[in-house]
Ligand binder design. Structure first.
Ligand code: NAD
Length: 434
């Protein structure tokens, strides 16, 4: 099938590359010339395991190409995916500026009938708005239908999730569009949920809101466990073995970040507000998450009352492991709070350093290894559970730091691992180990 994908971010690029790998002819369109040039040279602008190999392979086999030219990109495409960003607007709602721009660009350049498929996470009703906007601006005599195909990939395992996800959701009020999308996705061999437009849009928000709720819930349990002498690792294990609860997303820590959970939970609250439907559970999910980021710094401050000129090694900056994405990463708030207390912050991340430099204060220093970050540090704080950080031997903290004082915001080590290591270890929802 001939497919265009608009937007080559985490979602658009992975979608385009994976669809081409199934044998479809794919042209990805982006307004960012540098990105497009890089991609045509086989270089991925984002870090995702396995992506660059698939990109090179499908470029070589001439099934995949990148352009900034909408006329070329849309020529003879039966399906046009919209995968541009929908960031959070000032009032918490999704900002549709990029979606609207993409619609106008489609309308001005589309020369044949096509199904417009929205991958971007958009408020319920947006696909109808997309149809109206494109139809109102069409330059040529062509007809379109619309479908919603929300994306569930996780950054850090995006390629794996595209081929091995739990389900594909396709929604449309047009039977032919649904059939076409079913055919396009058949190669993934995943269960397909077919529904109407609005339900498909709602499935995406409801899924993310539920996962965010699970995280805030376990964090609330962790905070209580700590105060009453329970261990959240054991609590979560005991809960998760109940199949009705499930073991995933029960890792206590400093809360969720990234480009999806924070904005999507706020967006669904805003969708509710627009129809005078309160969302008290989700309001609290957001509050608990925001508070959770301060907890690690508050603990540290309680233990080391004067942080001025103390060297604090911050380990992990990206919002989660295996990605270079810094959007809404808890490290942004945490480093800010540490700098406010006049600490000297030396940070290390295996891949997110360049992106971090763009969003963190220029007072933050960067180390090129964990060893260098913790060398002669007064305190270490773990903010992202990278494998490298989880595998860093505890005795190295003891050997290198002025005082082996570790605050772990991601519970990277079991308490048994820490006992007798000589490290003073503070984590989330578990007793302190001295
Ligand atoms: P992103 O910001 O990484 O990428 C968006 C891309 O769109 C950029 O490359 C930008 O240059 C391009 N773009 C903007 N306007 C354009 C236009 N008019 N024409 C062509 N290209 C244009 O965004 P992302 O993280 O890939 O997210 C895209 C959407 O998918 C969002 O709605 C997001 O909520 C949703 N989503 C993201 C994830 C994720 O893990 N990142 C997962 C599921 C869903």
């Amino acid at each position: 099938m001939n497919i265009a994908v608009i937007g080559t971010g985490y979602v658009g690029l992975v979608t385009g590359v994976c669809l081409s790998d199934l044998g479809h002819n794919v042209t990805c369109i982006d307004i960012d010339e540098k990105k497009v040039e890089k991609l045509n040279n086989g270089k991925s602008p984002i870090y995702e395991e396995g992506l660059e190999e698939l990109l090179e392979k499908n470029l070589r086999q001439e099934r995949l190409t990148f352009t900034t030219d909408y006329t070329r990109g849309l020529a003879q495409k039966q399906l046009v995916y919209i995968a541009v960003g929908t960031p959070q607007g000032d009032d918490g709602s999704a900002d549709l500026t990029y979606v609207n721009a993409a619609c106008r660009d489609i309308a001005s350049h589309l020369e044949n009938d096509a199904v417009i498929v929205t991958k971007s996470t958009v408020p319920v009703g947006t696909n109808e708005h997309i149809k109206e906007t494109i139809e109102a601006n069409l330059v040529n005599d062509v007809s379109i239908s619309v479908a919603s195909n929300p994306e569930f990939l996780r950054q850090g395992s995006a390629v794996h999730d595209t081929f091995r996800g739990d389900r594909i959701v396709i929604g449309s009020n047009d039977e032919e569009a649904l059939e076409l999308l079913e055919k396009v996705n058949a190669g993934f061999r995943l269960p397909i949920v077919k529904t109407d437009l609005r339900s498909a849009e709602m499935i995406k928000y409801a899924s993310n809101a539920f996962l965010a709720t699970k995280i805030s819930f376990i964090n609330e349990m962790a905070n209580l466990s700590e105060k009453i002498g329970a261990n959240i690792d054991h609590v979560a294990k005991g809960m998760g073995m109940d199949k009705r609860i499930g073991e995933s997303f029960l890792n206590a820590g400093i809360g969720f970040g990234g480009s999806c959970f924070p904005k999507d939970t706020r967006a669904i609250i805003s969708i509710g507000r627009n129809v005078e439907n309160d969302m008290p559970i989700l309001e609290n999910v957001v509050d608990v998450n925001e508070r959770q980021r301060s907890i690690i710094v508050d603990k540290l401050h309680k233990r080391v009352t004067d942080l001025s000129n103390k060297k604090v090694a911050v380990l992990g900056l990206s919002f989660k492991p295996n990605t270079d994405d810094m959007r809404e990463a808890p490290s942004i708030d945490v480093t800010e709070k540490l700098l406010d207390k006049n600490a000297e912050v030396v940070a290390y991340d295996p891949v997110a350093t360049e992106n971090a430099k763009e969003v963190l204060s220029n007072k933050v220093h960067y180390a090129t290894s964990i060893e260098k970050a913790v060398q002669d540090a007064d305190v270490a704080i773990i903010l992202t559970e990278w494998k490298e950080i989880k595998n860093f031997p505890l005795h190295e903290y003891k050997a290198r730091m002025k005082e082996a004082l570790v605050f772990d915001g991601r519970n990277c080590f079991t308490l048994d691992q820490v006992k007798n290591s000589g490290v003073e270890y503070h984590s989330i929802g578990r007793p302190v180990i001295y």
